[in-house]
Design a protein around this ligand. Sequence first.
Ligand SMILES: CC(C)(COP(=O)(O)OP(=O)(O)OC[C@H]1O[C@@H](n2cnc3c(N)ncnc32)[C@H](O)[C@@H]1OP(=O)(O)O)[C@@H](O)C(=O)NCCC(=O)NCCS
Length: 181
Amino acid sequence: MGEADGDVPAYEVRLARIGEEDAICAVCREGFAASSEGLLSPATIGRQSALYYEPARVRREIATAGDRREWQGYVVAVTASGQVVGAAGGGMAGPTVGLVLVLYLDLALRGRGIGSALLDFVTTQQRETGATEQWVTVTEGNELGLPFYRARGFVARERFPHFVADDGTVEAHALRMSRPL
Ligand SMILES: CC(C)(COP(=O)(O)OP(=O)(O)OC[C@H]1O[C@@H](n2cnc3c(N)ncnc32)[C@H](O)[C@@H]1OP(=O)(O)O)[C@@H](O)C(=O)NCCC(=O)NCCS
């Protein structure tokens, strides 16, 4: 269990279990919406959330953790009473390249080290599968995410058009950031 420090609840970080998919979707939807506000349209936020943070999909992604190097499974921060307060997940994009694909936290608990604990778990998984570098894609302007990744040693390497509509309109740019492991 993590340290029960002041108002930080005791929690553990571990692979997610079947039955936790609804709670994972709630944390991810809320975190994605909050970190995308003013950057992406409500329609895009709704579409992305419905696609990725959908209980049946997440349930499958829990069940298939570790079957493929590209997806190493959902990881959760869970309090002693069983409440999911954060979720993460990553995979390998090549023999030595790890990707952080998901990282969200109950926003009321930001700034207490839980995000770092989730990232550490994913990083350990990736080191153990040969990663020597780690990448993440963050929407440009996401001030709930970018400072965290900078604090953890990630540097922006590339900027690219993100969320391109059918008519070619670019809604936002994103940054590909990386750090050596
Ligand atoms: C990103 C997120 C998971 C970080 O989790 P967290 O538990 O708040 O982060 P931590 O408490 O572990 O903070 C780690 C470091 O980041 C820094 N940090 C985090 N957010 C910051 C911010 N908004 N501004 C400045 N520094 C920040 C902290 O100061 C800390 O640095 P230190 O350890 O060197 O002092 C969480 O804030 C979140 O869910 N944000 C919204 C969703 C999001 O943007 N996710 C990423 C999408 S790609």
